[in-house]
Design a protein around this ligand. Sequence first.
Ligand code: FE2
Ligand code: FE2
Length: 308
Amino acid sequence: MKLLATSDLHLAHRANRDALSDVPPHGDDWLIVAGDIGERPEHLRLALEILTDRFARVIWTPGNHDLWCPPDDPTRTRGQARYDELVAICREFGALTPDDPYAPWPLDPDTVIVPMFLLFDYSFRPAHISRADALGWARESGVISGDELMLPFAPWPSREAWCRDRCDRTQARLDALPAGTRTILINHWPLRYDLARPPRVPRFSLWSGTTRTEDWGERYRARAVISGHLHMRTTLWRHGVRYDEVSLGYPRDWQADRGMAWYFREILPGRARDRDRYVPSVDPFLDRRLSGPSPIDRPSLVRDDEGA
Ligand SMILES: [Fe+2]
Ligand SMILES: [Fe+2]
């Protein structure tokens, strides 16, 4: 029995849908799907039809793409209503959502699986850049996210307010865990600023998380912290905590001949081979040489600069 993880299935792409239908049965394994399944609720439904049939349990968190809605489309749910619609779909299929009780890992009940929906609040930026100047600062480098147009936040006054509410609720639940409980923390967006600056487009960090969660990995005794969003598959460590970016990504980000399941990362018990496959020889988020030739041609480092 294993705990596996993936994210960013982006099922609007036919190649990704085809690969999804070829995922083999996994017996009593559990699968984490950490957001960006697709832009439409039907994409989540399709993913769960297949994955709840092939896995004993599916754990879901939303990503920004799952919450997208064109500004002029009155027929689709928006903001909080979209999130609620997706949670309802998960419950139809028995998939675990951020709004459900945390599931103990059967092989070690002192470890709980914690899907989270924390959003972003533009705080992943240098100290000298004010919030008011942040979007201009990103645009200066040619970076803008589709979230600005496509991610409605009603009925919240702003994305920051929604993010604050999600963090408050989640933090209260984590604080209430029995002392000594270990966690598997799951969120579409990275929890730390130093894991949210893609080397080629560092200012994309604005749309990639919140500083509220910088120390959650240590504070909540994480055995692993799972995220996606950047389309940069890595396993990295910060202060002794392991961080797995587990995205599949767009068709250009992965090799179809391997099949989708090849990319499912083993989190528990965690084979050394799986870890090593994604541990880069140079930390792409910390090494200053990255302003020179990019390391992203390495097969294990794949990025997305079009708005993951
Ligand atoms: Fe994303
Ligand atoms: Fe994505």
